[in-house]
Design a protein around this ligand. Sequence first.
Ligand code: GRF
Length: 193
Amino acid sequence: MATLTGLNKTKTAVFISGKGSNLKSLIKFSKIKDSPISIELIISSNLKAKGLKYGKIFKIKKKVFDFKNKNISENRLISTLKKNEIKMIFLAGFMKILSKNFIKRFKGKILNIHPSLLPKYKGLNTHRRALDNNEKYSGCTVHFVNSKLDSGKIILQKKVKVLKNETEETLAKKILVEEHKLYPKAILKIFNL
Ligand code: GRF
């Protein structure tokens, strides 16, 4: 197989709002020789997002858009993505809902990671709801983003067992470890690698 150099990797952006642990795992993945992607931009909806620190650590450009006015923020965001020749977007704990127009513009090019076994538990508080329903299993899903929340085509899922005495915190922690492995695997899958 031909080796991918920085020049022929697909340029991508990761969108975050918080801690950015998935961002960190994606950055590490992007640096592997045979990874099909490079991460050129970190986009945050939150100036205080802890994950922004990875911009400095890994020397990746970062930009904050507050989405107070969605239209204005998205228009600026689109110019930034164009300027940086971004071809694919990875949502990783991004807490804003992108407009239909934005999603249409990047049709089939936006992925998201969600901490449940979709189609179960779309939206927020997934772990709480899974525990309240006495689920035996929960997990995480990487899927394409379409205009309906957490409803696009599923790429990969990972199941974890819900133990007795499991709390929201222990479940979240256990699933997050799997998220860090699942997102890179899902990217390899869509690149047929
Ligand atoms: C993850 O559980 C992700 O699935 C969800 O938000 C969390 C983000 O964590 N959408 P991090 O910011 O990547 O650490």
